[in-house]
Ligand binder design. Structure first.
Ligand code: SIN
Ligand code: CO
Length: 373
């Protein structure tokens, strides 16, 4: 069953996105959970999957990271299991992310799923990303406070909490409701029943993320290796000072590196297509030949993009999973950025370009796209 999202995107972006939290009642009418608590618990046993168990029992917070070996110690109350990037590992759950592809895909983090028993939750906290919390099975009371400066503290070494807050939203969510929360608004979910929540998260990079990634790129590409020079140096009054023109020249050296158009875009495309969680990559075995790819497509088979793989267009430059893709087949490459499922109709004339077909074959052999068999 496909969950369909009813959301007026232009209005949502104008009024709420990055501005204020909102409850979108019944945004997924007739919502059906795409995954069961048992399946979620199974995923949290896998070493590649990032998971957490958080409990609040006898007024004490505990938290531990997966993979988990067994759950037999858990009681019926006061805990929550949270699994990150489920969209990389569970295809029916990954479908929940698709309706959000209206937003730029490079902004997407992942789909986090939580299963909570009565009294379970992670406690009052602030996130640094935008999140759409979809209510699945059960009902859960969510409270959201205003984005005021708040003290953060560790209720447990693995849990960052905030003090109790005055709610501006206090709602009991039912299956199919969405609570959208921008960064910085404290929130807390509480439940009296077994409940599932699906969080589609979007995190913008910080300036620090950008600078450190660019610095890595500069080192790797051997950029900016020319030393500062000052042939116009004059005797100064205080040799222990740096003059303001020197400060500005040094600043300009750094800005010049970032301003070089080719390098900046090459780095940015790689940065934005770097997966934030592990991917379930399985190279195709045996590898395909380009003719086999063409005949499968011509026979009506569809190519599916590996869930969570980042594919991006910046102008005429293309990037796939942290690598630049130099292609002259702009329309075909654009289609691969735009859609997560393509066939002969979508790729069209691009399939007449043997270089494009060879590159596509290479991606398939790497496990980046696969045939829907
Ligand atoms: C949860 O699903 O319990 C936590 C989601 C969140 O607060 O970000
Ligand atoms: Co949160």
């Amino acid at each position: 069953m496909v969950n369909k999202l009813n959301l007026n995107w232009p209005e949502f972006l104008e009024k709420y996105w990055q501005k204020k939290p909102v409850v979108l009642k019944n945004a997924f009418p007739d919502f059906a959970d795409p995954i069961t608590p048992d399946e979620l618990a199974g995923l949290a046993m896998e070493p590649e999957v990032d998971s957490r168990l958080v409990s609040f029992i006898d007024n004490k917070w505990e938290a531990s990271h997966g993979p988990f070996e067994d759950y037999s110690q858990l009681g019926e109350k006061g805990w929550s299991l949270l699994v990150q990037a489920v969209n990389h590992w569970h295809m029916p759950a990954a479908e929940l992310v698709k309706p959000f592809r209206v937003l730029p895909e490079w902004r997407l983090d992942d789909l986090m799923i939580s299963y909570s028993v009565p009294g379970g939750g992670v406690g009052p906290h602030i996130d640094n990303y935008d999140v759409f919390i979809i209510q699945g099975m059960g009902r859960r009371r969510w409270r959201v406070g205003d984005a005021l400066p708040m003290r953060q503290f560790c209720a447990h070494p693995a849990l960052l909490h905030v003090d109790p807050f005055e709610p501006i939203i206090d709602v009991e969510m039912a299956p199919g409701d969405i609570l959208y929360i921008p960064p910085g608004f404290p929130h807390d979910g509480f439940t009296f029943e077994d409940t599932m929540n699906y969080s589609v998260g979007f995190r913008g990079p910080t300036g620090r993320d950008l600078l450190s990634s660019f610095a890595d790129y500069a080192l790797e590409q051997d950029l900016g290796g020319v030393n500062y020079g000052d042939p116009d140096l004059k005797v100064r009054e205080n040799s222990g000072s740096m003059e303001s023109y020197e400060v500005e020249r040094l600043r300009a050296m750094m800005i010049e590196m970032i301003n070089k158009p080719g390098d900046f875009e090459q780095w940015l495309g790689r940065f934005a297509t770097t997966p934030r969680h592990e991917l379930d990559i399985a190279p195709s075995e045996p590898p395909y030949e380009p003719e086999e790819v063409l005949s499968a497509l011509n026979a009506g088979e569809k190519l599916i993009r590996l869930s969570g793989l980042r594919v991006l267009r910046i102008g005429e430059h293309f990037f796939v999973n942290t690598e630049g893709w130099m292609t002259t087949e702009i329309k075909g490459a654009d289609t691969l950025c735009r859609l997560t499922e393509v066939g002969v109709n979508e790729l069209g004339e691009a399939l007449e370009n043997p270089v494009f077909v060879a590159e596509l074959t290479e991606f398939i052999n790497q496990g980046y796209w696969y045939f829907d068999e």
